[in-house]
Write a protein that binds this ligand. Structure first.
Ligand SMILES: Cc1cc2nc3c(=O)[nH]c(=O)nc-3n(C[C@H](O)[C@H](O)[C@H](O)COP(=O)(O)OP(=O)(O)OC[C@H]3O[C@@H](n4cnc5c(N)ncnc54)[C@H](O)[C@@H]3O)c2cc1C
Length: 488
């Protein structure tokens, strides 16, 4: 292995230049005089978005996604399509261009950020961390004065690089959603399919089915293989603008009331649905999955037009014109194209503390995770703010006390715990004047500003805020009971 003997000196070694790493670096840069070294195996910033399917978009508004110092998008509402009337959702290409701009026009010109694309960090030797350039093989030692930041822990499994867990028999045509817009290219290849089988129950499957419908494929030519039904977040409740105050903050108040009154996990979800916070495609079935996928009511209505639904558990094998599943077989047209939407964007991982001391004489470590659900960009920026302010948070314990890791819910029963930890974080932030001020000014904090800008004579909005406060107290009291019920 060729070695460059000149060590790199830096304060922070950030491993991963996706949303998490960039949002962290951007806020740390603005809040401290630190030097940051950013490393990614990919050749461009933006993480998984570089390989997302071409019709991917954010599922929540661009307005509170990305890095704190630079707006994403133009701040407009969509006037056409299934998101009409709601704030824009950046496409994958827009997100990649945005992160490129953040790197080129904010981070690098600061003179305090070094960028190592096509590189990985090696941490296995006694000499401390090293950066290996994957194209040249050259390895450089890094002298990290403060911390190593693991910004890859939340990295999702994505369709482009996912290996399906089921068998594919010869002759069966299986593609990732990434291949769909290019199906007609390639001239004399296989004839275009006339039937499409979307495999998966999550957001990628929904995006794929909606894209097919949007291109004119009739619902009768689409089969949706759904091992389970999902609860979905109603996108109107995520709109961070004054004209949506009642839908957004009003919904927060109603959700708190649901947490305060629910008598069981199932009752909780039904209450959240009743107040309009959650949606489901098939109202005749009780969902068993909630990964916070966010949709509009128009998207749900379009998905409800699909009538060929296969509910026979997980797929074991795809064969020409046939699917073998846990619970039986499904016959399909012989030329059916199978589309693998089974990559999980939120694979379960152990919940770790965010801040870690290193061994004596070695740098500490930060493992970027969620401190507010479901906001990885806000979370990374908030963690950077806390890291930058030693005067307020002098040690690892103090930093972890304001940044408890919110466990991502993997089962329906996990959600009350996630909400409880998130509320505890929110409560602590509310007691911390400087942090509260930073959050209020942060573009990544969708709702804080909305709540703080209510005029003193706006009685209708003040009533919502009062209901929110009162319901939050009831929720905090009831959440331990819900968690106990979930555990039992
Ligand atoms: C389809 C989709 C839609 C989403 N929509 C939203 C939304 O609307 N709003 C929202 O808030 N969130 C949304 N998310 C979630 C969120 O934006 C991020 O996707 C999530 O937090 C992952 O970003 P990341 O930076 O943590 O990981 P990644 O994007 O995976 O970045 C991690 C980076 O680390 C690099 N890396 C890994 N290992 C190494 C190594 N050893 N050395 C060097 N580099 C390494 C990888 O190459 C990668 O570039 C969405 C996610 C998906 C999949």
């Amino acid at each position: 292995m060729p070695t460059d003997t000149t060590p790199i000196d830096t304060d922070y070694l950030v491993i991963g230049a996706g949303t998490s790493g960039l949002a962290f670096a951007d806020t740390l840069l603005g809040q401290s005089g630190a030097h940051i070294t950013l490393v990614d195996r990919r050749g461009k910033p933006g993480g998984h978005w570089n390989h997302a399917y071409p019709f991917v978009t954010l599922h929540q508004p661009s307005a509170f996604y990305g890095v704190n110092s630079q707006a994403l998008g133009s701040g407009r509402k969509d006037s056409a399509g299934l998101n009409a009337g709601l704030y824009e959702l950046a496409t994958g290409a827009e997100i990649c261009a945005y992160f490129d701009s953040v790197l080129q026009h904010t981070l690098l010109p600061s003179g305090r950020v070094a960028w190592h694309p096509m590189s990985q960090v090696l941490e296995d030797g006694p000499e401390g961390p090293r950066i290996e350039n994957l194209l040249t093989g050259v390895v450089q030692r890094v002298n990290v004065r403060r911390k190593i930041v693991d910004a890859r822990y939340l990295g999702p499994d994505i369709p482009a690089t996912h290996t399906p867990r089921f068998q594919v028999e010869p002759g069966a045509r299986l593609v990732a959603p990434n291949a769909l817009p290019g199906l007609a290219e390639g001239g004399a290849g296989a004839p275009l399919p006339r039937h499409y089988v979307v495999i998966g129950a999550g957001k990628t499957a929904m995006d794929t089915a909606l894209w097919l419908l949007g291109t004119g494929v009739p619902a009768s030519a689409i089969t949706w293989v759904k091992p389970r039904e999902a609860w979905l977040v109603n996108r109107i409740t995520t709109q961070p603008a004054p004209e949506f105050f009642f839908e957004a903050i009003g919904s927060q108040a109603e959700q708190m009331a649901a947490f305060g009154a629910a008598t069981s996990v199932e009752d909780l979800y039904l209450r959240l649905e009743a107040c309009g916070a959650l949606l489901r495609v098939d109202t005749g079935r009780m969902p068993t999955m909630f990964h916070l996928a966010t949709v509009s009511t128009a998207e749900v209505a379009a998905l409800r037009t699909l009538q060929n639904i296969v509910r026979l558990g997980h797929v074991q094998r795809v064969a020409p014109g046939r699917l073998v599943l846990d619970g039986g077989e499904a016959a399909l047209p012989a030329d059916a194209l199978f589309i693998d939407c089974t990559a999980s964007a939120v694979a379960p991982r152990p919940v770790l503390p965010i801040f870690h001391d290193g061994p004596p004489g070695s740098p500490g470590r930060i493992v970027l995770q969620i401190v507010r659900l479901p906001q990885p960009a806000f979370s990374a920026a908030a963690i950077a703010y806390v890291e930058a302010h030693d005067e307020a948070y002098p040690d690892t314990a103090a930093k972890n006390a304001v940044c408890a890791t919110v466990p991502f819910p993997h089962t329906l029963a996990d959600y009350p715990r996630a909400v409880a930890v998130g509320m505890q974080n929110q409560f602590r932030w509310g007691q911390d004047k400087a942090l509260r001020h930073w959050m209020r000014e942060s573009r990544l904090d969708g709702f804080g500003r909305l709540m703080s800008q209510v005029a003193p004579d706006d009685t209708a909005k003040l009533a919502v805020l009062a209901r929110y406060k009162e319901s939050a107290i009831a929720a905090m009291a009831n959440l331990p009971r819900l968690m106990a019920a979930a555990a039992g």
